[in-house]
Design a protein around this ligand. Structure first.
Ligand SMILES: C[S@@+](CC[C@H](N)C(=O)[O-])C[C@H]1O[C@@H](n2cnc3c(N)ncnc32)[C@H](O)[C@@H]1O
Length: 270
């Protein structure tokens, strides 16, 4: 089948579920994955001889399964990570968190803990770009830690991973704590894309409505004991409530914009 026709079939089928540009992007991800071909091959009128494979992926995409879980690959800050449904798919906002930590610390020797590591994306990207650092990462989920360890091994990046519940356990001494913790309150669930709710791990996404800031508060309190600088990803919806809590508690902090100009990166300093 001609790739141009296949592209049209993908877009027409996926447009009820995704924006047109996203549907097109998904087609190119599948094309690269199955045929190792790109946009230029479509323009040159190339064909595929494995239509059945495209068809079975398209059926799974129609059921709402994110393309990254089907290809098992997610690009993140110059790395290609293995992902499975036990981990959150790394997001572009999180690359900005990594970028900021690198910009402010690269070239120095620092001990860093990544809390709630998931696929290991933050920890692995930091170590990959910042060799003088010592990076440790933790998660409550053994399934996530298995994925993170596999990524570290496949990419030959040296990060130590361990299992812990950060809400109840103490931590060793670090210079920097970095985290993209669960921060979506359960009441926001109905406003989210069905694909995310039905496919990505709830342990990675949601916090109880009664205290959506629980991870930030706990991690900052752990950091305070050792004066570790904290870098967090958060939601712009928590800007006001985090501000109030941080000011009331007497902490010094800064907000950094993400690429859409939203306050999504929080830095706590001592
Ligand atoms: C939003 S995901 C972030 C994953 C990854 N760091 C990323 O940016 O893609 C939050 C992670 O926190 C982990 N987590 C949830 N509760 C936790 C807890 N009590 N202690 C440690 N990790 C926890 C989840 O398993 C999940 O991997």
């Amino acid at each position: 089948m001609k790739l141009g026709l296949l592209k049209a079939l993908y877009i027409d089928t996926l447009v009820p579920f995704y924006a047109r540009s996203e549907a097109e992007n998904i087609f190119y991800i599948v094309l690269e994955h199955l045929d190792k071909k790109s946009k230029i091959d479509v323009l040159l009128g190339a064909e595929t001889f494995i239509f059945e494979s495209y068809q079975s992926i398209l059926e799974e995409l129609q059921q709402g399964i994110p393309v990254q879980y089907l290809t098992q690959i997610a690009p993140f800050y110059n790395l290609e990570l293995f992902v499975s449904p036990g981990v959150l798919i790394p997001r572009p906002e999180t690359e900005q968190l990594v970028h900021l930590v690198l910009e402010e610390n690269r070239g120095t020797h620092k001990k860093v803990l990544d809390i709630g590591t998931g696929s290991g994306c933050i920890a692995l990207a930091l170590k990959n770009a910042w060799n003088e650092s010592t990076i440790t990462a933790c998660d409550i989920s053994e399934e996530a830690l298995e994925v993170a360890r596999k990524n570290a091994k496949d990419l030959s990046i040296n990060v130590d991973f361990y299992q812990t519940d950060i809400l109840t356990n103490e931590i060793a001494a670090y210079d920097i704590l970095v985290s993209n913790p669960p921060y979506i309150s359960l009441s926001e669930k109905d406003t989210m894309h069905k694909n995310v709710i039905e496919n990505e791990p709830h342990l990675a996404l949601f916090v109880a409505d009664k205290d959506p800031l629980i991870f930030y508060k706990r991690i900052i309190q752990l950091a305070e004991k050792q004066r570790a600088i904290c870098y967090f990803e958060t939601s712009e919806f928590y800007r006001t409530s985090l501000d109030s809590w941080l000011i009331e508690s007497g902490y010094s902090f800064e907000w950094k914009d993400d690429f859409q100009g939203k306050d999504r990166i929080l830095k706590v300093i001592w």
